[in-house]
Ligand binder design. Structure first.
Ligand code: NA7
Length: 537
């Protein structure tokens, strides 16, 4: 089956126990766990295959920004043992191959209707069932509905005047074509310097004749120090794994540079640690000290360190200055992880254009025009990000008890108890939803935790003959207040990031991730205390 085409579908069930929407890493594991419980299931996936983010984001240079060994499921030891990552930070094709391997190894493919976008999910107060409808005319009822729709799955691009007039191809990194894109000999314009742009630009500069980078806001990026994954690193992972899993069970991140409770050392020592973390590579530098994301002074020293590294990497001091972020504390926008990003600006075929100083005014037949001048381009790449966390959920017309729309319930921003469920939307679960650690955690770990919690909850309901679970509004309000208080005590709200929805015009400004510790214990305690904060019937 050529990837990207819509595969033929199995017949769709009319009524099942549970519908799972999305076949990324959350949806796949969810299907596996619910099938183990003996539930009848229907999965839906808009893409032509599994993998979610890794199905869509095929742009050159796309790879994970956590070490591959940790960006993987932990729930099956035999799966972990049999899969060998080739690089310290796996590239998109390998992660997609892993998703496909899991799908086949656990025989999940037949449960999923691919090439099928869910349009609505409506709860019926009388039957207590959800009715899910799709763009292919399917209509399925289910007791439980799991939204495994992803946090970065609704791409967004600004609409400049003249978009349609451009003579060449336009690409979005998050909707990259499935067939090879040949940039050789082309003048390529890249709009956006978030993680996607920062990963793609060096690879595009290798291939294209000219790359013009249209940067509105510079970002902090740390070197991946990527390379082949050696036997020694794998052995080290396995030696650490029991402790790592123990730490996860204890609600700790599992991988961090600092010792819990350790005081922050004097500046000179801080810089020595940053130097060490820079050499280790990946995002770990921003986990060097426990208060790096809450203490301005500690944060400023880390930011200075990275800006100095930018100045060392980029030969032209003016370009280095333009690439150096000053508008937000380091780490309060998603930290980027790159391979040769800053050095790319030393290449003669790469140009950096500051579109904060001279904004893009229009796309033209031959390229684009800023307020200063015109740029001739053969292709335009939009690395302009996503309507994060809530985008995919609100794209579906979800209606809960009494016909209330989620879009209405979340008009002033998302509200969810534990980031898992929404008051007034019974038996609907969200994986890695707003109010959970989600995008600020290792997503693989967070998804596993949520899937395990949801599975245990469904098993409990079945064992007790319960048919309905719904968070209490008071518990949800208290939880969201806690999420906000934690955020307000940190430096995160200072940045105009997608973490707060600042990248989508008109989106309510809400920091949605839970950044307190012990999240897993809290969820476990809620379950152990008879699903405290939920109404069960
Ligand atoms: P991001 O991190 O949201 O980055 C989007 C970039 O696009 C960012 O540099 C934006 O500048 C830029 N942008 C957006 N709109 C415009 C307009 N109108 N003009 C110029 N530049 C614009 O998305 P990514 O895909 O890179 O990364 C998302 C996550 O996916 C990433 O964090 C990983 O977790 C995976 P701005 O900063 O808004 O000025």
């Amino acid at each position: 089956m050529p990837e990207g085409s819509t595969p033929p579908r199995q017949p769709i069930a009319r009524a099942v126990d549970a519908v799972v929407i999305g076949a990324g890493f959350g949806g796949l594991y969810m299907l596996h766990r619910l099938r183990e419980l003996g539930l009848s299931l229907q999965g839906f996936e808009a893409g032509g295959g599994v993998g979610g983010t890794w199905y869509w984001n095929r742009y050159p240079g796309a790879r994970c920004d956590l070490p591959s060994l940790y960006y993987a499921y932990t729930w099956s030891e035999s799966l972990s043992r049999e899969w060998r990552w080739s690089e310290r930070y796996a590239a998109q094709p390998e992660i997609l191959a892993y998703a496909n391997h899991v799908t086949d190894r656990f025989d999940l493919r037949g449960l999923i209707a691919f090439g099928t976008r869910v349009l609505s999910a409506v709860f019926d107060d009388v039957s207590g069932l959800w009715t899910v409808e799709t763009d292919r005319g399917d209509r399925v009822t289910a007791r439980w509905c799991v939204m495994a729709t992803g946090c970065l799955s609704t791409p967004r691009a600004p609409q400049f005047p003249g978009e349609e007039s451009f003579r060449g191809p336009r690409y979005h990194t998050g909707l990259w074509p499935h067939e090879p894109v040949d940039l050789r000999g082309l003048r390529v314009g890249v709009i956006g310097t978030g993680s996607s742009g920062i990963q793609a630009i060096p690879r595009m500069a290798d291939e294209a004749r000219q790359v013009t980078v249209f940067q509105r806001t510079p970002n902090f990026s740390l070197p991946a120090q990527n390379g082949p994954l050696g036997d020694a690193e794998i052995a080290d992972y396995w030696a650490r794994r029991p402790k790592y899993l123990q730490a996860l069970k204890a609600g700790l991140p599992g991988v961090t540079a600092h010792a819990a409770g350790a005081p922050v050392p004097p500046l000179e020592e801080q810089r020595r640690v940053y130097e060490q973390m820079w050499a280790v590579g990946g995002p770990i530098l921003i986990a060097s000290f426990p208060n790096l994301l809450t203490d301005e002074g500690v944060n400023a020293a880390a930011a200075d360190f990275v800006r100095e590294k930018i100045a060392e990497a980029v030969r032209d001091p003016q370009i280095a200055a333009r690439l150096s972020p000053h508008d937000h504390p380091i780490g309060t926008k998603r930290i980027c992880v790159d391979t040769g990003y800053y050095e790319t600006f030393n290449r003669p075929n790469v140009e950096l254009v500051d579109v904060r100083a001279a904004p893009i005014e229009a796309i033209t037949p031959d390229g684009l025009r800023t307020s200063e001048r015109a740029y001739a381009l053969d292709a335009i790449v939009y690395a302009t990000g996503f309507d994060a966390v809530t985008g995919a959920l609100l794209a579906i017309d979800i209606r809960g008890a009494g016909g209330r729309a989620l879009r209405e319930a979340w008009a002033d921003g998302p509200h969810a108890y534990l980031g898992l469920a929404v008051a007034g939307f019974p038996n609907l679960f969200i994986l890695a939803g707003p109010g959970s650690p989600s995008v600020l955690s290792n997503m693989m770990v967070s998804l596993e935790e949520h899937v395990d919690w949801v599975s245990d909850c469904v098993a409990h309901m079945r064992a007790q003959g319960l048919s309905r679970i719904d968070p209490q509004a008071s518990a949800q309000d208290a939880w969201m207040a806690q999420v906000k208080a934690l955020a307000d005590n940190s430096l995160f709200p200072r940045a105009n990031s997608w973490y707060v929805g600042a990248n989508v015009p008109g989106k309510p400004r809400v920091f949605t991730a839970y950044i307190g510790g012990g999240y897993r214990q809290t969820c476990e305690a809620v379950a152990a205390n008879g699903y405290e904060g939920f109404a069960l019937a």
